[in-house]
Design a protein around this ligand. Sequence first.
Ligand SMILES: Cc1cc2nc3c(=O)[nH]c(=O)nc-3n(C[C@H](O)[C@H](O)[C@H](O)COP(=O)(O)OP(=O)(O)OC[C@H]3O[C@@H](n4cnc5c(N)ncnc54)[C@H](O)[C@@H]3O)c2cc1C
Length: 441
Amino acid sequence: MWLVVLGVGAISVGIYLRSFRRRRADDRVRLARTRELGMDRAQGQYPLVNAGACIGCGTCVAACPEGDVLGIVMGKAVVINGARCIGHGKCAEACPVGGIEVGLGDVTKRDDIPLLDDHHQTSVPGVWVAGELSGFALINNAVAQGRRAVERIAAAGGPRSGSADLLDVVVVGAGPAGMSAALVAGEHDLSCAVLDQQGAGGTILQYPRRKLVMVQPVEIPRYGRLERHEYRKEELLAIWEDLHAHYDLDIRTGVRVTGVTGALGGFTAATSAGDLRARHVVLALGRRGTPRRLNVPGEDLAKVAYQLMDAEAYAGRRVLVVGGGDSAVEAAMGLAHQEGCEVVLSYRKPELLRIKQRNADRIGPLVASGTIDFRGGTTVQSIHDDRIVLDGPGGAAIVPNDDVFILAGGIPPFGFLREIGVRFGGDQPDIAGAAQGVRPA
Ligand SMILES: Cc1cc2nc3c(=O)[nH]c(=O)nc-3n(C[C@H](O)[C@H](O)[C@H](O)COP(=O)(O)OP(=O)(O)OC[C@H]3O[C@@H](n4cnc5c(N)ncnc54)[C@H](O)[C@@H]3O)c2cc1C
């Protein structure tokens, strides 16, 4: 009896060790591959592993909701697929030895992270950055940063403007960071306008209909704590709308800010609706920037769009989705589930390598079954009323088409910040400290 128990135990341990060793060998291969593709680097906050503390147990690897951000190489946790990290921080929570912090790392190497002081003021006094533009993704960080910047403006005092021509604060961007900033400004009797080139809600507005949004503990100014961990997109937007109406926030949508000049106490924001003057400017632009265009003939046709809001409206249509990231893949899958919708997904690279593991797992069978016609290694040559022309390894292909979604990412707003005079991590290695990189939002 004992011999049987020992035998079964030994076999189980052997199987476990073999699969453990195989996984570790896979991790080494994955790391080499993601380095080659430049996907090991994260865009925003990511796990900073203290190699001295790490015991290589793999708890962090298993805890990651995105699947394959971390791996174990040479007995230590390493970031393998940084581009897929969205900064949940579950790895840090799960690590049994406290060997992971979530942050931006050494920002002196980053040309995409603006230098900020502890209150989110940039190198230009009176210009503040809040939200994802700072490098920290997630709604809770955006809300906290919008609050912190405006609380500092209020605490710093100085004469309130008291003039209709000069606001105390102009906020650029009506996402979670900008809304939070406006709510706090109202709380402190600061006159404030929020300008957004699109509608109020920021990136949340662009999420697919009824998307479940994961919300980590967050305290919305003048509203209170969001009690649940998950909300539908529409529920979150309804909360913002109620606050907007209740506190009579001055939110001006469809207004694009093209530049900011001046100095603390007297900035001018140049906008598509004329100039606006303010003592302080809070930049809550996010990082998505302006949608990337293909610059091909026919791109100005009404059937071309840069975001998908309501997949159901495309039942029975022939749709082309352009792009190879998560947004493009999620749109293609959403469309493919609509009755009679024929979906072609065109991507300039032969394979979909930049997407989350769970998207890769879901789209694979749809492509294999022909539900999504994936055309890897193709580019759009021209768009016409009833067709598109794709260029690919086999030459030009004419594809019948009703609608086109170009979901090829955005041009980030870093040039806009540089024109204002904002300095970035990589500009000033002597000032940018690692402290900015690990500070919790
Ligand atoms: C598909 C997807 C799913 C996500 N899921 C989650 C999730 O489940 N949980 C979570 O916490 N986070 C999630 N996020 C991340 C979250 O949405 C962002 O971190 C958050 O919205 C950032 O808020 P923000 O206010 O900094 O910027 P944004 O929400 O990006 O808002 C920026 C606003 O600035 C405006 N703007 C930009 N430039 C200008 C200009 N020049 N003039 C005027 N207006 C301008 C834009 O129109 C936009 O409305 C997700 C993101 C994506 C893309």
